[in-house]
Design a protein around this ligand. Structure first.
Ligand SMILES: NC(=O)c1ccc[n+]([C@@H]2O[C@H](COP(=O)([O-])OP(=O)(O)OC[C@H]3O[C@@H](n4cnc5c(N)ncnc54)[C@H](O)[C@@H]3O)[C@@H](O)[C@H]2O)c1
Length: 378
């Protein structure tokens, strides 16, 4: 009997040591990330974990607070599309309607995509592209806790506001930081900021800015003209893409949501009387994951002389988003290590089109780098 008890207690001690060791491993190295929305951006992020084992090309920062891009470990994945739900994440990322290219093979990850609640995730025209799975949604907060996720990344389609808020709440309940890549107003909303601050969980967003997409290039160009004393009176930026995101924003309410976010970002560096037009303009299916952006700038410089820029710009959407997300996730982990909760303005200003505190692209990157270096508190 005594022997049995001793065996039992040594097993319990052994189990507890395992738990402690596991938590130590979590703290020291990998960032345990769950993703809501196994779409194109998710596909690029998952593939990057393999790609960057051998490469460093195209990273904004190789090292963020001692963490590399391959320190991001996906531990959970949620979607509603029957072509993705129930499949290993390594296969789900290549299913229709995703159009992100296959950059490298992804071995089985042992993470099955689980069914989330639909809410407004497949509303309107997205019904034509998303095949909603017939199974019942799982308890997301429990799923996140069981997966020991530290961060939940919200990669739902633009316009999925109710569903995005649902995932923010689930992250709060599960004790996860929340990264809102969608334009839904969450990381800029006082109520959400307070709730995450109370639980000492970082909250960043809203609306991911691509590593070098239309908005970043437009903002950077206008900032340069501004610094050189060039007065911009008219400018527009129009996009054409072939992804589900590009299709979704054909719908008026999604288009308006995106247009407002982009216009607000651009206006920061322009005189108030300038005429600005921005917005995703059209969907062409054969473009797939490619995005073409057209920029027009009309301005005046010395002696009132005319300056005109007409620019054609081609990028790939999924990798462009994931390129920035890779930095954001590591920044958020750093904030968690520093026991910070609520809004982290340096991360949001750097990585999102609609942050709580807005500044130029160059300044925002400096804020982020200063935060990482410990020269800024948040
Ligand atoms: N370059 C980029 O990738 C980029 C840049 C800036 C912003 N964003 C934003 O990131 C978000 C994701 O972009 P994407 O191109 O990967 O989108 P996507 O359209 O390729 O994928 C969205 C995924 O969400 C799933 N989904 C829909 N409703 C859901 C629900 N209720 N629960 C779980 N899953 C649901 C869909 O089935 C799909 O798999 C968008 O809001 C977009 O505006 C992306």
């Amino acid at each position: 009997m005594t022997d049995k008890l001793q065996l039992h207690s040594s097993r319990t001690i052994g189990f507890n040591i395992c738990l402690i060791l596991r938590d130590l491993v979590i703290d020291m190295g990998k960032i345990r990330v769950a993703i809501a929305g196994v779409g194109n951006c998710c596909s690029a992020l998952v593939q990057s974990a393999i790609f960057y084992k051998k490469e460093t090309i195209g990273l904004i920062h190789n090292d963020v607070g001692g963490m590399g891009p391959t320190d991001i470990e996906i531990v959970g994945a949620i979607d509603i599309d029957s072509r993705k739900v129930g499949k290993d994440l390594s296969r789900a990322i290549f299913e229709d309607p995703n159009v992100a290219p296959k950059v490298n093979d992804v071995p089985a990850l042992g993470i099955k995509v689980v069914r989330g609640p639909e809410l407004d995730g497949a509303a309107g025209v997205l019904k034509e592209l998303i095949t909603v799975d017939g199974s019942r949604p799982v308890d997301i907060a429990k799923y996140l806790r069981d997966a020991k996720a530290e961060v939940l990344v919200n990669l739902l389609p633009t316009g999925a506001t109710k569903a995005s808020k649902f995932y923010a709440k689930a992250a709060l309940n599960a004790g996860c930081a929340f990264i809102n890549c969608t334009p839904a107003k969450i990381a800029t909303d006082d109520k959400w900021i307070r709730s995450f601050a109370e639980k000492k969980l970082p909250l960043v967003g809203d609306d991911l800015i691509s590593q070098i997409g239309g908005t970043a290039l437009h903002m950077g160009l206008l900032d340069l003209l501004n610094r050189r004393g060039v007065i911009v009176d008219k400018t527009y930026q129009l996009d054409i893409g072939g992804s589900m995101e590009a299709y979704g924003v054909l719908e008026d309410y999604r288009r308006e949501e995106k247009r407002k976010v982009k216009a607000d970002a651009i206006k920061l560096v322009l005189p108030p009387e300038s005429k600005v037009a921005t917005g995703t303009s059209d969907y062409v299916s054969f473009m797939k994951d490619k995005r073409t952006s057209y920029f027009f700038v009309h301005a005046r410089n010395f002696l009132g002389a005319e300056v005109v820029a007409d620019i054609f710009f081609r990028t790939q959407d999924s990798s462009n988003g994931a390129g920035m997300l890779t930095d954001i996730i590591r920044g958020v982990k750093l904030a968690m290590n520093r026991k910070l909760g609520g809004q982290i303005p340096s991360i949001s200003a750097y990585g999102f089109k609609s942050p709580l505190v807005r500044t130029s692209v160059t300044e925002a990157q400096k804020w982020f780098e200063d935060f990482v270096a410990g020269k800024r508190k948040s």
